[in-house]
Ligand binder design. Structure first.
Ligand SMILES: Nc1ncnc2c1ncn2[C@@H]1O[C@H](COP(=O)(O)OP(=O)(O)O)[C@@H](O)[C@H]1O
Ligand SMILES: [Mg+2]
Length: 1031
């Protein structure tokens, strides 16, 4: 019983499992290990077919990649595809060649072990294509080496050149590799490609002179004829027509629609330059290619002694030029054979058949040796130039094996025998490595190992290569033995020696039924990939690979640099017989196996869907494919790290022993005992569905985990951001606080210093100015000035003024004066003319009455009015009497008679010239100002006043005693109008006045409580006036 790794989940999981299975129904499983019926070939093919229908050409068998040739570009090798497969686990992405490429590369880098990718499969299955894709993957995704990317280009460009010279169209494949290729790519410790090396195996050189029907010679011939410039062809003596060359027409298909020789030629020409070919070298190389074509057209005719003679002189001429050899030597060498007998050289002429044989042998030798030279040349170009650098010493190597695939044709010859033996050998290695590793794993895990029946082809390998008893040994023996050995005697020998071998059959050994399908000159091998019938014709010759001595000598004398490297003179003096072709091939294969065994292997198995080289056609069974799964092995992937998220106890990590972890996980997932087996370090699972269910559960779980991880990550991310912001804020805050603190400290220091200076200055304030008190004194001054500025008096009446410091007393006084002047000036500017007049009058009033008359203070706040009587209150007759004289002031007054002191209402008018006393409409008295000698009033609060007139003026009746309610105003205006300001007498006690000619009157004033005016008994007018202001 075989097991695979797996797990199972709850009911919720089953739903997705079903849908998952539907998809699987359609496209099959991506790993054959997951097939329920994994030993069944039918199930295998069905799975392959399902996937192929959906253009899924890749499928795994454990670590082995199976690839089906789609025969069309599926657009799956782009740069995006490469990126997708980089750095991801093998099982996490759909199967792909790039997944293998990346896994191998990572193993190479991390474990620093050499790796080898073995690509196998029958001819036309896609091996060469896969190799190219792998190279492309490494060239594009690996880091570039320090010294430019030239190595990458050379690695890539070596391909078209090798393919032009080593590939040909066969019935199986239009670009069939006719040589085996093993390519090492060296990587430095950084994983950059730094060099490469190619080993080539047994070029199928018989193709140079002969091709089966429907096949072609090597591409290069057709490419040169199709693409070569006129000039080149002329130089080489070639015609642009493959039909003209006998070596190109044997297969009768020089032109093939699927091959574009012209454009391929361009690619080759460019590639040659990349891999360091100089123009001269290209010319030499093309000369050789052309010489092979000319050789093919050399004809012979028999002379009378049946000896062959060259009849095509033209060809010979070109040949001697192209190969740079002596014409006569070449002619002789083509028609004679040199034999050394008893130390003597003998020339024996060749008959027609022998001459043709010699010619073909020369063509094959020239071409195949040139091919080997070409490989050498490419290797020199690929060799790492940095051999001495330290990185060189730590290089690791990745090997890519692209060998010719298993081949079956109608007629199979020595070449097919070698090719198929090679495939047999590699299959053997594959089985050994994979089965062994699986068996070892099962044993290491302590799982009962129940071997799957598979075909071990060791028995076939032995049949071919065993010493003495193997086919190669028998062939060599036949080649070497003296006497008449032929292909048929070889067949008889074979029949004798290996007749009981179950994988060997000949006409003679076959039973009645199978005998019909076998010719007499044929033997059949039952290869691992199917039966192949080989015709023995040519086996001996091809194995001997004989080139006559004089032909070798001729070529050794060639001046063509490539030829002189290919044919070395030491070869001539070497007496030892060279190893036969089959033995050489066997040895090189053994070496190859050793190389591969020393490396960590990876496998790609290519399969051909049909023999028609057509896309989309399904997969019929065809020989060679059995091997794809016959020997395949199922190696289960590891379980727990992948599925640990499905069980709470194992998530996120299991601290105990891994085995216990698996046990817990399996119990949680509900595996039944028959579904799995526990190994020492792995678990093995019986049914794929168990694994699918677990996979589906994992898919669901992953989604929820992804959400959680996202949330955690976002939380983390924002927290980091927040913490950063917080740190920055704190940083800014502390900086700012520091700045503030420093500022404050500086301020305090300054303050302390200032206070100290002030205190010291204060103490020394009375001493003369010195440095100690200068600051204080200045401060006092400035502060006084500043204070002064704020406390300046608001108006003229405001007399406040700050006290100045002693030093500023004088300045202060000056300032004060200035300030007052300024205020006065300002005030004066601001008053109106009326107000000015008012103030002037008031000033005059003040001059006259201030401190002298008792009711003066009451008059101060009352404004003087321009006139107390309107024009309508004065009689027009009076106005008429006054004529043109204007009335400046009019006020109602009371006149006291001079004798009886009777009060009578009168109007007092002031004109520019006189005081006029008016009674209603009549001017009672006119006192010209010239006649007004003075005015008397009492010092008390009464309103009486006397106008004194000139005594000599007879027109006048005498002084006038009047009373005005506005006595101050009336008197001020009168004094001003009459210019009698200095003539106002303010009397204490009494006033004497002239009451008429020679008669005087007196008015006595006494203070009292209220105003009383009466005629006293003494005939005086007695006035009692209330006292307002006590003096
Ligand atoms: N992966 C692939 N995608 C598309 N075409 C392919 C692929 N592999 C092979 N082919 C086609 O098949 C032909 C034969 O493939 P090739 O690699 O030469 O076979 P092999 O080397 O195994 O004999 C190629 O020329 C190409 O046309
Ligand atoms: Mg190939």
């Amino acid at each position: 019983m075989r097991y695979r790794a797996s797990a199972l989940g709850s009911d919720g999981v089953r739903v997705t499992m079903e849908s998952g299975l539907t998809a699987r129904d359609r496209v099959g499983v991506q790993d054959f290990v997951l097939l329920e019926n994994f030993t069944s070939e039918a199930a295998f093919i069905e799975n392959l077919r399902r996937r192929f229908r959906e253009n899924l050409i890749y499928t795994y068998i454990g670590p082995v990649l199976v690839s089906v040739n789609p025969y069309r570009d599926l657009q799956i090798y782009s740069r995006q595809h490469m990126e997708r497969y980089r750095g991801v686990s093998f099982y996490e992405v759909p199967p792909h060649l790039f997944a293998v490429a990346d896994t191998v590369y990572r193993a190479l880098r991390t474990e620093r072990r050499d790796q080898a990718v073995m690509i196998s499969g029958e001819s036309g299955a896609g091996k060469t294509e896969a190799t190219k894709r792998l190279l492309q993957f490494y060239a594009e995704t690996c880091p570039a080496p320090k010294r430019g990317g030239a190595v990458r280009d050379r690695l890539l460009q070596s391909n078209p050149v090798l393919e032009a010279f080593g590939n040909a169209k066969t019935l199986r494949n239009d670009n069939s590799s006719r040589f085996g290729k093993y390519m090492d790519v060296q990587f430095d410790f950084k994983g950059a490609p730094v060099g490469g090396h190619i080993l080539s195996y047994l070029l199928e050189k018989s193709r140079v002179v002969h091709q089966n029907h429907g096949e072609r010679n090597f591409h290069i011939f057709y490419q040169l004829l199709e693409g070569g410039e006129e000039e080149t062809l002329r130089r080489l003596g070639l015609e642009r027509n493959p039909q003209s060359y006998l070596y190109l027409v044997k297969g009768q298909c020089a032109k093939v629609s699927s091959i574009n020789d012209k454009s391929d030629w361009k690619v080759v020409r460019k590639a040659l330059a990349v891999i360091d070919f100089t123009e001269d070298e290209v010319e030499d190389l093309l000369s050789i290619v052309a010489s092979v074509l000319h050789l093919g057209n050399i004809h012979f005719a028999a002379d009378e002694e049946s000896n062959a003679q060259v009849t095509t002189e033209n060809q010979l001429k070109y040949l001697t030029r192209l190969l740079s050899v002596e014409g006569s030597t070449l002619r002789e060498a083509l028609t004679h054979r040199k034999i050394i007998a008893k130390g003597e050289e003998l020339l024996s002429p060749l008959n027609l058949e022998q001459a043709a044989y010699a010619r073909d042998a020369l063509a094959k030798a020239v071409y195949s040796r040139t091919f080997s030279w070409l490989v050498g040349k490419i290797n020199r170009s690929l060799a790492s130039k940095d051999v001495d650098s330290p990185s060189w010493r730590s290089t690791t190597v990745l090997g890519l094996l692209d060998i010719y695939g298993f081949e079956v044709f109608q007629h199979n010859s020595f070449e097919q025998f070698c090719i198929n033996y090679c495939n047999e050998k590699l299959q053997q290695l594959f089985i050994e490595l994979t089965l062994k590793s699986e068996q070892e794993e099962y044993e290491a895990e302590g799982i009962a190992w129940e071997p799957v029946p598979y075909f071990n082809n060791k028995v076939i390998c032995d049949l071919v290569e065993e010493k003495f008893k193997g086919i190669i040994s028998i062939l060599d023996e036949e080649c070497l033995r003296p006497g008449e050995a032929t292909d048929l005697t070889f067949l008889e020998k074979l029949e004798d020696t290996v007749k009981h071998h179950p994988h060997f059959l000949t006409h003679k050994l076959a039973d009645q039924r199978t005998r019909k399908s076998l010719g007499r000159g044929e033997f059949r091998l039952l290869h691992y990939a199917g039966e192949v019938t080989y015709s023995v014709t040519g086996f001996l010759d091809k194995n001997n690979d004989l080139l006559f001595r004089n032909l070798k000598e001729t070529m050794c004398s060639s001046k063509n640099p490539i030829m002189s490297q290919c044919f070395d003179r030491s070869e001539l003096s070497d007496k030892k017989r060279p190893e036969t072709v089959a033995t050489q091939f066997k040895m090189s294969l053994l070496q190859l196996v050793e190389i591969l065994q020393s490396k960590e292997p990876a496998y790609v198995r290519c399969i051909k869907p049909n023999d028609a080289k057509q896309p989309g056609r399904p997969l019929p069974r065809s020989p060679g494919q059995g091997a794809a799964w016959g020997g395949a092995v199922c190696i289960p992937p590891p379980l727990v790290p992948r599925y640990k998220s499905l069980c709470p106890e194992t998530w996120p990590s299991w601290a105990g022993r891994p085995q216990d972890g698996v046990a817990v996980l399996v119990r949680h997932l509900g595996y039944k005992p028959e579904e799995y087996k526990m190994g020492r370090t792995k678990i093995f699972i019986r049914f794929p569905k168990t694994l699918f269910a677990t996979e589906d559960a994992l898919e669901l779980r992953r989604q929820s985990l992804a959400t959680k991880i996202q949330a955690a990550w976002r939380g983390f991310h924002w927290r980091q951001k927040f913490l950063r912001a917080k740190r920055s804020a704190i940083c800014i805050q502390s900086w700012w606080r520091g700045t503030l603190g420093r500022r404050k400290a500086a301020k305090r220091k300054w303050a302390a210093q200032t206070i100290r200076r002030l205190v010291r200055g204060f103490i020394l304030r009375h001493t003369p100015r010195c440095p100690e008190n200068a600051f204080f004194l200045d401060h006092v001054r400035t502060s006084f000035l500043l204070r002064l500025r704020r406390q300046l008096p608001r108006n003229v009446l405001d007399t406040s003024w700050p006290t100045p410091p002693p030093a500023l007393r004088e300045a202060s006084e000056l300032l004060r004066e200035l300030c007052v002047k300024n205020m006065v000036w300002k005030y004066c500017r601001s008053i109106s003319p009326e107000w000015k007049q008012q103030l002037q009058q008031k000033a005059v009033a003040s001059e006259i009455f201030k401190g002298k008359k008792d009711n003066y203070p009451q008059s101060v706040p009352r404004l003087f009015i321009s006139t107390r009587l309107g024009a309508d209150e004065i009689s027009p007759r009076v106005l008429q009497a006054l004529g043109s004289e204007p009335i400046q002031y009019a006020v109602p007054v009371v006149k006291y008679d001079r004798k009886g002191y009777k009060p009578r209402a009168r109007q007092l008018l002031l004109t520019p010239n006189a005081v006029v006393i008016v009674e209603d409409a009549k001017v009672k008295q006119r006192i010209d100002y010239a006649n007004l000698t003075g005015i008397s009033v009492s010092s008390l609060s009464d309103n009486l006043f006397v106008l004194h007139v000139h005594r000599e003026d007879n027109r006048q009746k005498g002084d006038v005693v009047l009373q005005s309610d506005h006595v101050i105003e009336t008197l001020t205006k009168t004094a001003l109008s009459a210019d009698r300001v200095n003539n106002i007498n303010i009397n204490q006690g009494s006033i004497t006045f002239a009451g008429g000619p020679g008669r005087d009157g007196t008015i006595d004033f006494t203070p009292g409580s209220e105003l009383v005016i009466t005629k006293a008994k003494n005939g005086h007018l007695a006035v009692v006036a209330p006292r307002f202001n006590s003096r």
